[in-house]
Design a protein around this ligand. Sequence first.
Ligand SMILES: [Zn+2]
Length: 141
Amino acid sequence: MKKFLNEFKEFAMKGNMIDMSIGVVIGAAFGKIITGLTDCIITPLIALIINAIFHVESTDQLFSSIVVGPFPVGQLISTVIDFLITAMVLFAIVKAINEIQTLGHKEAEEEAAPTTKVCPYCKSEIAIDAVKCPHCTSDVE
Ligand SMILES: [Zn+2]
């Protein structure tokens, strides 16, 4: 959980607005799918589980009672599950973006690896694997 928070903080601090927008848009899209999923599968499943525990006569009656009320617990449970799944999906997206960014940074660092060195005698920039300076003809390591 601490790692999660740190990574999120890092993302929130370093991530630019485009990354964030992508995350939010994908999250919203996933949110709709997840809402559909919970409405179609998880809520009826909760009804079935409750039915199995309490042996209610009619599953339809129970289902409608937990979804529409008088105490729409099903709605609340669905919303909580929606939130949890959406948060997990968002975190996965955030993590993926973080990894892509880290990869990008690593590549940039590798590209920035020195290809030249400075001649200790004339201070000219010479090839990293040069053994003789082309400027002052000194022997270099
Ligand atoms: Zn030199």
